[in-house]
Design a protein around this ligand. Structure first.
Ligand code: GAP
Length: 574
């Protein structure tokens, strides 16, 4: 599995989907640049989402709000105080990690009792030697351990497992003196090394804070610190915060807040009312503790978010509706639908604003991972912004839009409805970069050579044609001028539709050219051959079956158009 993922990442780099950002300067961890094909794939995912949610409906409009967000917005939304993850530092490896994602201790128990060994794995022998010194001198002086290559084996006298809250656990290390050396154990260790030498967990705010100020904020901090005396009424930290607050801004951690604060303007300018939605696509930023799996978790990423505003008594219905709708979109584009699933959150997993949440997950090579969340946000956000600004987000009650036959939710319609209410929000929030990674993993397909020549497998990227970066490659059999006239005519007829079409006239054998396009997921190769010169027909080769059909060159655009439309939002458009 790991090998396949490496092969996929290699393909992404080699064929121009994804590059390490600032690679010529040694790269920046967690930062990626999207190459010519990556840009197209990302844009096609976005377009598919936007078409389904905005153009194919009459109840959703678009919006594009500022990334830079002032402090009061995110204070009101709860992000300043509550958008935190727990953070733990490993005092041995100096790694930082999220305890809720960390594994339990690997413990090799001796027969029939609680004693045993803890194996620690270092990246290399020199590091293992340095760790041994650090443990002996600072972290757990006197404990018994052995060193073998890059592994340390720590001797344990007794291990007590923690309770469900992670309390009461203890590792009693065996020592030279016979007196055990105790270390608290909360049920997790540093993920890469199995180290149990950890700090207590503490909350860590994930937002990138910055300052809109012509004066360098560090100068303001220095000045405030200089002027601060012990008898000041405010502690230094609070005094600094107060000085910086007027210029404090954040890079938004989700696109949603921009939608909420514009709710009234959109209702007024578009003359709309619930149930209706606002779609927004754009970058969000989070100072993630652990960056992982390429573009799966990065500090800068893009979100496809839909905030759908409804009457409170219809909210369950719409929550269920959007869970189905969103899964339908994934199913439409998946090559292996079995590798996608929906999973309801348990109460302790939910974000501070949500009363219900279902994730869409994909089975990545390292296990199931969230690619999207559909959340019932209640009226939390609109109410918070009303309470902290002069806005009024109430709407006037209207006739119910759901009827007795949907989901049984009509029981929620109160007999006496209030004249005004603050709408509830059902949100779907999909990570564009994660969607791209999931679709790439889903499409990655290796074809073994059956010639008996022991050749390495070749790759076919079975991306859905609507997602494929290049839709058509037009190939003259040779580069001779007589083939070029039809070649150019076909290419132009396709480009007119806005489909990314390339002309492949290199000297490479036609089969090799096909394979190069299979590798990047081009669904159709159109070949101009000798017969084309006689009857103006060309062949269209299908990426997945290798089948070819011959049609008049003018027909190609119609064949491609029909196939591209197949199955798109049938449930909405039929
Ligand atoms: N507005 C709701 C919200 O932001 P979320 O579950 O925190 O909810 C939604 O994020 C989606 O955004 C996730 O399902 C994931 O696909 C994507 N996402 C979140 N953090 C990410 C990160 N650090 N890197 C890449 N994608 C991320």
């Amino acid at each position: 599995m790991a090998q396949r993922f490496r092969a996929l990442l290699d393909l992404c780099k080699r064929r121009g989907f994804l590059y390490q950002s600032a690679e010529i300067y040694g790269g920046l961890r967690g930062a990626y640049d999207y190459g010519p094909l990556g840009v197209e794939l990302k844009k096609n995912i976005l377009n598919s989402w936007w078409r389904r949610h905005v153009y194919f409906r009459d109840d959703v409009v678009g919006l594009d709000t500022s990334i830079i967000t002032p402090h009061p917005v995110l204070k009101a939304s709860g992000h300043v105080d509550e958008f935190t993850d727990l953070l733990v530092d490993c005092t041995l490896t100096k790694e930082r990690f999220r305890p809720d994602k960390a594994p339990p201790l690997t413990f090799i128990a001796d027969k029939e009792n609680k004693s045993g060994h803890i194996p620690l794995t270092a990246p290399d022998k020199a590091t293992a030697v340095a760790w041994q010194k650090l443990i002996q001198e600072q972290l757990a002086p006197g404990i018994l351990m052995t060193l073998k290559n890059n592994q340390l084996l720590l001797q344990v006298q007794a291990l007590t497992q923690p309770d469900e809250q992670g309390q009461g656990g203890m590792i009693a290390f065996a020592t030279e003196s016979g007196q055990p050396f105790n270390v608290n154990y909360h049920g997790y260790v540093e993920p890469d090394s199995n180290s149990p030498f950890l700090t207590d967990s503490r909350p860590f705010n994930l937002m990138f804070k910055t300052f809109l100020d012509p004066i360098d904020p560090i100068d303001r901090v220095i000045q405030t610190t200089k002027n601060h005396s012990p008898d000041n009424s405010l502690p230094l930290r609070e005094a600094v915060d107060e000085v910086l607050r007027p210029s404090t801004v954040y890079l938004r951690p989700e696109t949603a807040q921009g939608v909420f604060i514009n709710f009234e303007q959109v209702v007024r300018t578009m003359k709309t009312k619930p149930p209706f939605g606002i779609a927004q696509v754009g970058k969000s930023f989070r100072n993630e503790i652990r960056l992982e799996h390429g573009i799966f978790r990065t500090p800068e990423f893009e979100q496809l978010e839909l905030e759908y505003f409804v009457a409170p008594w219809e909210s369950r219905h719409w929550y269920n509706y959007w869970r189905r709708q969103r899964y339908q979109w994934w199913m439409e584009l998946a090559s292996h639908p079995d590798n996608f699933r929906q999973r309801d959150h348990s109460a302790n997993e939910m974000a501070h604003y949500a009363t219900g949440c279902t994730d869409v997950e994909y089975l990545f090579p390292w296990g199931w991972g969230e690619v999207e969340g559909v959340a019932h946000r209640g009226n939390y956000d609109l109410t918070q912004h009303m309470n902290n600004s002069n806005a009024n987000f109430e709407v006037i009650e209207d006739t119910p839009t759901i009827s007795a036959d949907v989901d049984g939710d009509v029981s929620m319609i109160p007999e006496e409805r209030p004249a005004r209410y603050v709408p509830h929000v059902v949100e779907s929030s999909c990570g564009l970069n994660r969607a791209m990674l999931a679709f790439l993993c889903d499409a990655f397909h290796e074809v073994r050579d059956d010639s008996g020549k022991n050749k390495p497998p070749r790759t076919v990227l079975k991306l859905h044609p609507r997602l494929a970066p290049i839709k058509c490659a037009v190939m003259p059999l040779t580069g001779k001028p007589e083939f070029m006239s039809i070649t150019q005519k076909v290419a132009k007829s396709l480009r007119r539709h806005g489909w990314y079409t390339v002309v492949e006239s290199q000297k490479l054998k036609i089969g090799k050219r096909y394979y190069r396009h299979d590798e990047i997921g081009t669904p159709w190769c159109i070949t101009v051959d000798y017969q084309s010169l006689e009857d103006h027909t060309v062949t269209i080769r299908d990426r997945d079956t290798g089948d070819q059909e011959r049609v008049h060159w003018k027909e190609v655009q119609h064949v491609v158009a029909k196939r591209l439309m197949e199955g798109e939002a049938d449930d909405l458009l039929d």
